[in-house]
Design a protein around this ligand. Structure first.
Ligand SMILES: *Cc1c(COP(=O)(O)O)cnc(C)c1O
Length: 355
């Protein structure tokens, strides 16, 4: 497929102070757009100036939530190189989400090349300060003008990009997590493994309740037994139990995080015993009382590693590792961010250079 390019004639001011960049409010000069219809399949791929998109108020995505998204980052190294972290994994996962939400699949290799081109064009938007990055949001929406509740006959695939600040402004810090016992995020047979907006819509209520109680995110339990640990907000979760590191197995209702996968590979390469298995919340409570719950942390593209300092389950408040960053959490954080920002050797071949 051909990629058309139309450059902006009105480049925007770049953010003056990179230390004040927050997340997801500023967008670069260009975006990628591609359309799908029955006659042409995916077609009309182009890079155009960032601008509002025009669609019918009857577009299917606005009514029945036919939407899929991804989240990834471009990093600038000290020597000025711009690079991506395992982007093939994001496009592969996006196609799996497409399949679940009934959106036609796309050519992953073509999209990676298109993304590299987009970043190259907006290269000056990749921030320079260590810890900052260019957040990349590919997403697909159903755009057919129809109120019929069926899968759309038209789609739009877009990539927008946003320079974002360091996740931990004051350095890595533990968070407080609330174990959700009333609401569920996903169920077997549902869409939990897909990165789709509907999962987020369903999770906002619990997030609000947790925030009111002073907790930053929710730990989800499984939707059937209400006792197996699933994930934390928009992160996968790991627990150090004695000399075993446990993360819930991917059972269809958990999002298959790329940071999760990378963490498992790194930990195993260091010789740790990592188990992907069912984890009953009661096992965590017992480990806490026995003193073997040593560390807990979340993994995701945004925070990379998020140490958990406190876990509240019903009336039990469990302080983990004295509410301090654990040794394994810190080491993993340093290794992953080191690989991403080019300070540690890329021994797994995870980095894809843009320029
Ligand atoms: C994106 C996401 C994650 C983390 O995935 P990464 O690929 O590591 O960024 C975890 N859980 C949910 C629900 C997510 O949407």
């Amino acid at each position: 497929m051909e990629l058309k390019i139309e450059l902006t004639r009105q480049p925007k001011e770049k953010p003056a102070d990179e230390n004040k960049l927050s997340f997801g409010h500023i967008f670069t000069d260009h975006m990628f757009v591609m359309d799908w219809d029955k006659e042409h399949g995916w077609h009309d791929a182009k890079i155009v100036p960032f601008a509002p998109i025009l669609m019918s108020p009857a577009a299917t995505c606005l009514h029945y939530g036919q939407e899929v998204f991804e989240g990834m980052k471009a990093y600038r190294t000290e020597s000025g190189e711009i690079r991506l972290f395992r982007p093939q994994e994001n496009f592969r996962r996006m196609n799996e989400s497409h399949d679940r939400i009934c959106i036609p699949k796309f050519d992953e290799a073509f999209l990676l090349e298109a993304l590299k081109k987009l970043i190259e064009i907006d290269a000056d938007w990749v921030p320079h300060t260590y810890g900052t990055s260019l957040y990349i949001r590919p997403f697909t929406i159903g755009t057919e003008e129809s109120l019929g509740a069926h899968s759309s006959t038209k789609y739009k695939f877009l990539i927008i990009m946003s320079p974002s600040g360091a996740y931990y402004e004051g350095g890595l810090a533990p968070v407080k997590i609330y174990v959700e016992t009333k609401y569920v995020r996903a169920t077997p047979g549902g869409t939990g493994f897909a990165k789709t907006g509907g999962n987020y819509a369903a999770s906002l209520k619990a997030q609000d309740v947790a925030a009111e109680e002073g907790y930053s995110q929710v730990l989800w339990l499984d939707g059937v037994h209400r006792k197996y640990v699933e994930e934390v907000g928009a992160m996968n979760v790991f627990f150090v139990l004695g000399d075993e590191i446990v993360t819930p197995e991917l059972d269809g209702s958990i999002l298959s995080g790329i940071t999760r996968k990378s963490a498992v590979e790194i930990l195993r390469s260091w010789g740790y015993k990592v188990s992907e298995r069912a984890l009953d919340i009661q096992e965590l409570v017992d480990a806490y009382h026995a003193g073997t719950l040593k560390e807990a942390f979340g993994t995701g593209t945004a925070a990379v590693i998020s140490p958990i300092g406190e876990l509240k389950y019903n009336d039990l408040v469990m302080e983990i590792n004295h509410n301090e960053i654990g040794e394994i959490s810190q080491r993993l954080y340093d290794e992953l961010t080191g690989i991403q920002w080019g300070k540690v050797e890329d021994r797994f071949n995870w980095i894809v250079k843009v320029k």
